[in-house]
Design a protein. Structure first.
Lengths: 87, 291
């Protein structure tokens, strides 16, 4: 899975905010907010990381078990897919 | 001929031939003495045929009014008329310090609009400036704005919600100055935001060339009873982004988010539910200026 082209992400206030740019604005006219872990996963997804790579990176970066990391990643990916942000 | 302006503290040089007509009138408040190096230089060219996009222009989206492109050297944006095609083109360098605006002469083509060519000079530059100011540490908010007791207030809302009516009540009941009725520029100095007048001010065109410290931002919605309360940072960010001009270019969008971060980190953002009466002004003044 990969973040579709045209989205940019930046920390705004205490959260991370993503908005659509360019042609992507035509079919996505909203903002997405996420936390630091979501931003971490977002940047990896933009580089094309797969689920296993996400899990490995998350357990290396955060104090989280493989099981919890896998559950969090699946939920995050589901949300991105449902919102039409990732493919 | 060179014309010098100071807008939101930016030195703007506009180079064009002829009298300037509508453009000159609308920019008059912002004329200044000649300066050395401009922050933004704008060069106008009029042609008899529609201008052509640079050969290396790659589409980068846009809406029904403006289309954006990236080029090897920067950016291009244009207006395309359904009948006449692309009559207005602006090409900017990567840092938006130079903008070349090419306009097809339409005085003899379009009847019924006075000064159509110099009018397009003005509005095309306004469109460019919404993006350009981001590259100079500033931002454009979609808000009607006033200066009251030496400080600024931005009243943001969706179009038609009554923000101009509300700020009109401030002018009528408090003698406040309308800084910009639609799209003020916010500048930052040492992290503090300042409300700046600019000539591009929506359908009413009301604006004043002043710069005042920004006291607060209010997001207005209509209600039977007047009430005002601070918005959480999350909601403030959401509402400001929702009511702001959307940035098509990724670099500009990132800069806009950076400015929103600076804005919500430095001034309070309130949610105002109001009926459009003078009592709504009392409600806001009491909350924001009584502290």
């Amino acid at each position: 899975m990969k973040i579709k082209d045209g989205f940019v992400l930046r920390k705004v206030g205490g959260q991370y905010v993503a908005v659509a740019t360019g042609a992507r604005m035509m079919d996505f006219n909203a903002m997405i907010s996420t936390n630091e872990t979501g931003a971490f996963l977002w940047e990896l997804l933009k580089k094309g990381a797969d689920r296993a790579e996400l899990a490995a990176a998350m357990t290396a970066e955060y104090d989280v078990s493989e099981k919890d990391a896998a559950e969090d990643i699946d939920e995050f990916l589901r949300q991105l897919r449902d919102a039409g942000i990732a493919e | 001929m060179e014309h010098y302006y100071s807008i939101a503290g930016l030195r703007l040089l506009a180079v064009y031939e002829g009298g300037g007509g509508y453009f000159k009138k609308r920019m008059a408040q912002y004329e200044c003495e000649p300066f050395g190096k401009a922050d933004i230089s704008v060069y106008y060219t009029f042609t008899d045929e529609n201008p052509a996009l640079p050969e290396d222009a790659a589409p980068c989206g846009g809406g029904s009014i403006v289309s954006y492109y990236t080029t090897n050297g920067g950016y291009a944006l244009c207006n395309v008329d359904k009948t006449l095609g692309m009559t207005n083109l602006a090409c900017a360098n990567a840092g938006w310090s130079r903008i070349d605006i090419t306009l097809r002469r339409l005085e003899d083509v379009i009847c019924g609009i006075d000064e159509v060519d110099t009018r397009r000079m003005f509005f095309m530059l306004g469109t460019c400036m919404e993006t350009a100011v981001l590259f100079f540490g500033r931002m454009v908010l979609h808000a009607s704005s006033i200066a009251h007791k030496g400080e600024g207030l931005c009243v943001s809302a969706a179009s038609g919600m009554g923000k101009s009516t509300h700020t009109g009540l401030w002018r009528k009941t408090r003698g406040s100055v309308i800084v910009n009725d639609d799209k003020p520029i916010i500048s930052f100095e040492d992290g503090k935001p300042y409300l700046c007048g600019s000539p591009w001010a929506g359908t009413t065109g009301i604006n004043t060339n002043i710069i005042v410290p920004l006291r607060a931002v209010v997001v207005l919605s209509r209600a039977e009873e007047n009430s005002i309360s601070p918005l959480s940072q999350t909601l403030a960010i959401h509402r400001i982004l929702k009511e702001s001009p959307h940035q098509c270019l990724p670099e500009a969008a990132l800069l806009f988010l950076e400015r929103v971060d600076a804005l919500v980190g430095s001034v309070p953002v309130y949610g105002l539910k109001c009926n459009i009466t003078p009592e709504a002004v009392d409600t806001v003044e009491e909350r924001i200026w009584s502290k």
